[in-house]
Ligand binder design. Structure first.
Ligand code: NAD
Length: 351
């Protein structure tokens, strides 16, 4: 699905990356450094031209500013987007060249994995700069697979959204429809099952969803039906753009809370959710567990600090939903204004 977004704040800086010999062709965008070094992963993807890569980098970097600020991390927002070279290419040379480009920014941008990049790539980057996370996990330090932390944050947010909607009730006995049971979706399902929630599951990989249903119990439905099943909560945990008009028309759940990034297919969907009295826990508020873990690796924090930051996602979700209700605004609108407040000079000077 196509996700449309319009810039909320212009970026501070766009840096062109070009090293023909190494196959490096892309951008680093520093969207905001108000809260600290601009942090966000490095995406390797096929783009038709540099302009398409830049547009994506700007959109993604902006998203990181809002997500990092909302999680109250001492980090700004940035992103690197690299055009995947055609045919075979020397991966190590590409990421070493990227590492040199990151090094030149002297800590103003911190990179990590994203779509199309992995631990080995970050190890190549780390040969040239220390401003990189998502490296091989070391025992006793924060780091490693971020998805369990993302799942925990979504779970905490879902409990908060359910209690907000149903006057303090727990998810025990509630039905949750989970779209996508990959790394985060499956982790979320395990937490939900332990809480006593009933699961309805869908995934394009039949064997994956069947195995999870066999492990935890729950009903498997075709992917085209998951949004419309009878459920209390719809949890988009697959791709972006899950919430469009057709989905809203079909949806029976009155709460949306899931891990996927950019869930709103268009910005107008935020008001549509409000008009339909659907409680929407904004995606970047609830799915920050992963970046919290990545940030902890970079900042040298330990696991208990990661847990405390991830558990704070629950009360933060409640606060946003309450403010949105009190002001008659969409939860997305309220979340954006709160993130912008957390990036403002006024707030930062008071810290
Ligand atoms: P993943 O690739 O492990 O899982 C995605 C799952 O969705 C897969 O099982 C895939 O088969 C399934 N899927 C794809 N299209 C589908 C469809 N149309 N209907 C149903 N299922 C479909 O990815 P993940 O790491 O679990 O991430 C899930 C989402 O959460 C992504 O949008 C990701 O950007 C976002 N997110 C992930 C993290 C993290 O820590 N991994 C952090 C923040 C946000």
């Amino acid at each position: 699905m196509v996700v449309q977004t319009s810039p909320k704040m212009p970026p501070e800086e766009c840096i062109r990356l070009e090293d023909k010999a190494a196959g490096l062709d892309g951008y680093i965008v520093i969207h905001s450094s108000a809260r600290g070094p601009a942090a966000g992963g490095c995406r390797l993807w096929t783009y038709d031209d540099p302009a398409a890569a830049l547009t994506d980098a700007m959109r993604l970097a902006e998203g990181m500013s809002y997500k990092n600020a909302m999680a109250e991390l001492p980090l700004g927002g940035g992103k690197a987007v690299l055009r995947r070279p055609a045919g075979n290419f020397d991966r190590r040379a590409l990421f070493e060249a990227f590492g040199k480009a990151v090094a030149q920014l002297d800590g103003r941008y911190v990179t990590a994995e994203d779509v199309g990049t992995g631990v080995e790539d970050m190890e190549a980057v780390a040969l040239h700069t220390s401003h990189v996370a998502g490296r091989t996990a070391r025992p006793g330090f924060a780091g490693g697979d971020p998805s369990p932390w993302t799942a925990l944050g979504v779970f905490e947010a879902m409990k908060a959204a359910f209690a907000f909607r149903h006057g303090g009730a727990s998810l025990n006995g509630a039905t949750v429809a989970v779209q996508g049971v990959g790394s985060v979706g499956a982790g979320l399902c395990r937490l939900l099952a332990a809480e006593g929630a009933k699961l309805v599951l869908a995934d394009i990989v039949d064997a994956r969803v069947a195995a999870l249903a066999a492990e935890l119990g729950g009903t498997v439905v075709p992917i085209a039906e998951i949004a419309g099943v009878e459920a209390d909560v719809f949890a988009p945990c697959a791709l972006g753009g899950a919430l469009d008009m057709a989905t809203l028309d079909a949806m029976r759940a009155r709460i949306v809370c899931g891990a996927a990034n950019n869930q709103l297919a268009t910005p107008e969907i935020a008001d549509e959710l409000l008009a339909r009295d659907i409680t929407y826990a904004p995606d970047y508020v609830v799915n920050a567990g992963g970046i919290i873990n990545v940030a902890a690796e970079y900042l040298g924090e330990n696991e208990s600090e990661v847990r405390a930051r991830v558990l704070a996602i629950g009360p933060r979700t409640t606060a946003i939903l309450e403010k949105a209700r009190d002001e008659g605004k969409s939860s997305s609108f309220v979340a954006d204004r709160e993130a912008e407040r957390l990036m403002s000079r006024e707030v930062l000077e008071s810290l």
